[in-house]
Design a protein around this ligand. Structure first.
Ligand code: SF4
Ligand code: SF4
Length: 461
């Protein structure tokens, strides 16, 4: 007859314990307590079991969500590492499952507002997991996803807050699944801690941040006042992420698709940053010729046997390890800066005055440039598509004929600061820099851009 004494007692594998505490709640003998020491392999704090009190009832084993966290395999485990790390693959290393493309049937162009176009772009990039908290002027994107995703075997989760949203994304992106959110400026502010963790842990995800007027809750008018936050302030530590600035509903779709590709290529969050007007603006949108069926990256914590040894983590307790991790991230940023600068130009080939503007202000500037060209003025547009990295290489190519730059933006000089920093790092000088700024939910208008350029031309004459 089996007695209480004979019952096998649970074996805790500290490397696999998340410290979630479910076993503590389940134990009727109160013999499990929260630990105090960080496990050097997992970076987490495992629980501690008092075996003198334990009666082997096994309730803790049933409560533990970790398949190998608590087992009945005997008191002593010869080599816990056998259940962790490379050995956990039972001789098989995780291999990436490659994504593939599917041809899309040809169709007539759609007429979509920018937020919807970004949502369609995400779906065509293979995103089936969207987390979000509604905030004007980005809400239509989440609204469309909430309608479509249940029909596509996907998940839309309205989180309790932006803080929860970004942490759902951390988990989903860590599993190697394409995921995204739609948010707007005050919402982005709330997500910064999680974004910093995601950058540190190299977790891919796409954030569509439809910028509105601030600071604080501000208003729901269009703005570009998050450029500094996106380019220079994505949480603590030495963080960076690619920031894409669409100018049309078509680019909302194209650049959102591209954002997923870049996020997985570099294992990093990517931001699509239109002003609020662009999120609401309706335009002609042509669907691409193919859509993406995502694979599973080898690094993903995917939950199956071969990926069991993977760990997504931003904790590096030894200073030398964290230094080395930072150096690795800096190398990645340098690679992105070298490879991913993008810009468009309009009538810039012989321009003496070059407007630098992104998103809706670039559209306004284009119209002003058309008028000014008809008057015989040599004016052109340089529009950064990547706000970070700033496309300095393409700008450098214009500077042999440009005498004056005028930065037109809906912020207090945040785009201009990126421009000045890029010029300074590149050792470029000699061009006069002017600006036209609107804030608080206002965009620069075409007549005032013309007026400003007329004044600059008169001053230079
Ligand atoms: S086996 Fe039972 S008594 Fe022992 S630690 Fe688990 S829950 Fe507590
Ligand atoms: S339930 Fe499992 S993972 Fe959670 S604290 Fe207990 S042993 Fe650790």
């Amino acid at each position: 007859m089996t007695t209480v004494k004979d019952r096998p007692k649970p074996v805790l594998l500290p490397e696999l314990c998340k410290g979630c505490g479910r076993c503590i709640e389940a134990c009727p003998k109160h013999c499990i307590t929260l630990g105090e020491e960080i496990n050097q392999t997992s970076g987490l704090v495992p629980v501690v079991i008092d075996y003198d009190v334990c009666n082997g009832c096994g309730l803790c084993i049933s409560a533990c969500p970790e398949p190998y966290g608590l087992t009945t395999d005997g008191y002593e485990l010869e080599d816990p590492a056998k259940l962790f790390g490379a050995a956990a693959h039972h001789g098989r290393s995780p291999a990436a499952v490659e994504g593939r493309t599917l041809p899309l049937p040809k169709c007539e162009p759609l007429v979509l507002k920018g937020n919807y176009a970004a949502a369609v772009g995400a779906l065509l990039a293979g995103c089936r997991h969207v987390f979000g908290y509604p905030i004007t002027p980005s809400t239509e994107g989440a609204e469309l996803m909430a309608k479509f995703l249940p029909k596509l075997d996907g998940v839309f989760m309205q989180a309790v807050s932006e803080v929860a949203t970004v942490n759902h994304m951390y988990g989903c992106g860590g599993a190697g699944l394409p995921c995204m959110t739609f948010t707007s400026s005050p919402g982005l502010s709330l997500m910064l801690e999680g974004i910093s963790y995601m950058i540190g842990a190299e977790v891919p995800a796409v954030f569509v941040n439809v910028m509105r007027g601030g600071p604080g809750l501000g208003n729901i008018g269009p703005s570009q006042a998050d450029i500094k936050l996106l380019c220079r302030g994505l949480g603590h530590g030495n963080t960076h992420a690619i920031v894409l600035a669409p100018s049309t509903p078509q680019e909302m779709l194209d650049l959102t698709m591209e954002a997923f590709r870049l996020a997985f290529k570099y294992r990093n969050p990517v931001f699509v940053a239109p002003d609020g007007y662009l999120g609401q603006m309706t335009g002609r949108v042509q669907l691409p010729e193919e859509m993406i069926v995502p694979g599973v990256p080898s690094w993903a914590v995917f939950g199956d046997e071969v990926h069991r040894g993977n760990l997504i983590n931003s904790i590096y307790l030894a200073e030398t390890d964290l230094h080395a991790h930072n150096e690795k991230l800096q190398e990645k940023y340098a690679l992105i800066t070298a490879n991913e600068q993008r810009a468009t130009t309009y009538r810039a080939e012989d321009a003496k005055v070059l407007v630098v503007a992104a998103s809706t202000p670039a559209r306004m500037a284009k119209s002003a440039i058309e008028h000014l060209r008809q008057e015989g003025h040599k004016v052109g547009l340089f529009s950064p598509v990547t706000l970070w990295p700033f496309p300095i290489d393409a700008l450098r190519a214009q500077l042999d004929h440009v005498e004056d730059i005028v930065v037109v933006e809906a912020s207090a000089g945040q785009l201009e600061d990126e421009l000045r920093l890029a010029l300074s790092h590149a050792g470029l000088a000699g061009v006069r820099i002017h600006n036209l700024r609107r804030m608080g939910g206002l965009l620069p208008q075409e007549p005032e851009i013309r007026e400003r350029i007329h004044a600059i031309i008169a001053e230079a004459a």
